[in-house]
Design a protein around this ligand. Sequence first.
Ligand SMILES: *[C@@H]1O[C@H](CO)[C@@H](O)[C@H](O)[C@H]1NC(C)=O
Ligand SMILES: *[C@@H]1O[C@H](CO)[C@@H](O)[C@H](O)[C@H]1NC(C)=O
Ligand SMILES: *[C@@H]1O[C@H](CO)[C@@H](O)[C@H](O)[C@H]1NC(C)=O
Ligand SMILES: *[C@@H]1O[C@H](CO)[C@@H](O)[C@H](O)[C@H]1NC(C)=O
Ligand SMILES: *[C@@H]1O[C@H](CO)[C@@H](O)[C@H](O)[C@H]1NC(C)=O
Ligand SMILES: *[C@@H]1O[C@H](CO)[C@@H](O)[C@H](O)[C@H]1NC(C)=O
Length: 483
Amino acid sequence: MAEAVGDIGLIGLAVMGQNLILNMNDHGFVVVAYNRTVEKVDHFLANEAKGTKIIGAHSVEELCKKLKRPRRIVFLVKAGSAVDDFIKQLEPFLEKGDIIIDGGNSEYTDSRRRTKELEAKGLLFVGCGVSGGEEGARYGPSMMPGGSVAAWPYIKPIFQAIAAKVDGEPCCDWVGEDGAGHFVKMVHNGIEYGDMQLIAEAYHILRDVVGLTNDEMSQVLAKWNKGVLDSFLIEITSEILKYKDEKGEYLVEKIRDTAGQKGTGKWTAVAALEFGIPVTLIGEAVFARCLSSLKDERVNASKHLTGPKLKFTGDKQKFIDQISQALYASKIISYAQGFMLFREAAKQLNWKLNNGGIALMWRGGCIIRSAFLGDIKKAFDKNENLSNLLLDDFFKKAINDSQAGWRDVVATAVQHGIPVPAMSSALSFYDGFRLERLPANLLQAQRDYFGAHTYELLDAPGKFLHTNWTGRGGNVSSSTYQA
Ligand SMILES: *[C@@H]1O[C@H](CO)[C@@H](O)[C@H](O)[C@H]1NC(C)=O
Ligand SMILES: *[C@@H]1O[C@H](CO)[C@@H](O)[C@H](O)[C@H]1NC(C)=O
Ligand SMILES: *[C@@H]1O[C@H](CO)[C@@H](O)[C@H](O)[C@H]1NC(C)=O
Ligand SMILES: *[C@@H]1O[C@H](CO)[C@@H](O)[C@H](O)[C@H]1NC(C)=O
Ligand SMILES: *[C@@H]1O[C@H](CO)[C@@H](O)[C@H](O)[C@H]1NC(C)=O
Ligand SMILES: *[C@@H]1O[C@H](CO)[C@@H](O)[C@H](O)[C@H]1NC(C)=O
């Protein structure tokens, strides 16, 4: 009994997989479900999928036989070797033009390799970032597909139907070649780290400098959520701040201040270092979590290391407004840095990235969804070759209008001994990026002095010179000093 009636197959019936199947079923697609532990398939059909058009398969062969051609098979399995194992198992039952879609959290380098390997065999591969958690998978995730471009027309109707919608537009579009979908998903997660850290810094200042109560902070954020900072993360933070436990006490203040991480923020920072792009805010957000997790050492150090003991005496309301400006300006820097990373990756890996589409995909369905992403989309609609988000007129003005407040907040936090690694590194990046002259001339002189690494003159770029700085003689060789 293996009639090819299935529109799409899905392997991996954990909650994400089940919810994505139910979502596709809701939109009229016939899904064939498979899981290595086949009891799971029967259990799913008899319970969550009862009364739907969903079909089960008890082997990969049966799964393939039940699918219309070209076959579309989505994986929601653990990233890593499980993906390669399932590809190997499926291959004997696939035909030219069939499409494998990896919807898991794979590393983009693996998706690059898999695209090449499968295309060499006449098959198509799509690495698709899926964001929005279990809820998103069920009712509309943000989806970021990249890989074999020939696959897109076949998956587009299904993916755009099940994705989140903002103003009627699906939060799913073609991202680019081979690993581009998973790369964009990785940077999405990094940006999520940055957005969260920025809000945490704002909370720290509101609580410990301004001295607001949790209810007051909640109200401040609720108000911010009606303006340019309108976003899912500000919204939930406002709720979190005022939440009381069964004892009537604020729960957030009782939570141990050590942040965990699953690694995708770190991957973004590593990619930034590899591509040589200063994605400083995400890097600082990752390090801030690392520092937080050294709780025992911090508790001990708090008894030994001193800092300032100032009391805030300024205009509270004015300062609160400035904190929102610092948050907004820093957030613009973070996204500008993320898109700089896209630009360099695209250049080095020969991707033609859909920048406006990326902003649109993040506009809804995912954790970083915000009104702000609509402005980024507009910037790329105005100029698809925009070299840097900071040079778009809208963002240029936004930074200009908020920078006085931003500088005050960073300075005040520093004076009060409150760490603001994300806000302050964003400001340093901004100042570095906008300055025609940085002190790197001195770095070049130092490198030439101790290592004969040579330097160029301002009026003769491209011509490399070495100076005998000491006049003492003896050759210094760049092969012995690599700094
Ligand atoms: C199959 O089901 C089991 C049990 O729920 C689950 O642990 C496993 O991750 C599922 N996925 C695959 C690919 O077998
Ligand atoms: C705590 O700090 C003191 C410095 O006074 C140091 O000697 C000790 O090793 C520290 N302990 C831990 C667990 O870090
Ligand atoms: C953007 O750049 C691409 C590739 O260089 C070019 O084909 C396209 O025409 C440019 N678009 C605009 C609006 O200048
Ligand atoms: C930048 O902001 C300052 C102070 O808010 C304002 O006076 C100035 O006109 C603004 N400049 C631009 C180019 O928008
Ligand atoms: C550097 O200058 C000194 C003094 O003029 C000379 O003795 C020495 O050979 C020079 N060294 C090099 C590497 O040119
Ligand atoms: C310095 O290096 C040059 C080029 O490698 C060589 O010709 C010269 O003999 C060296 N001088 C000394 C003092 O080692």
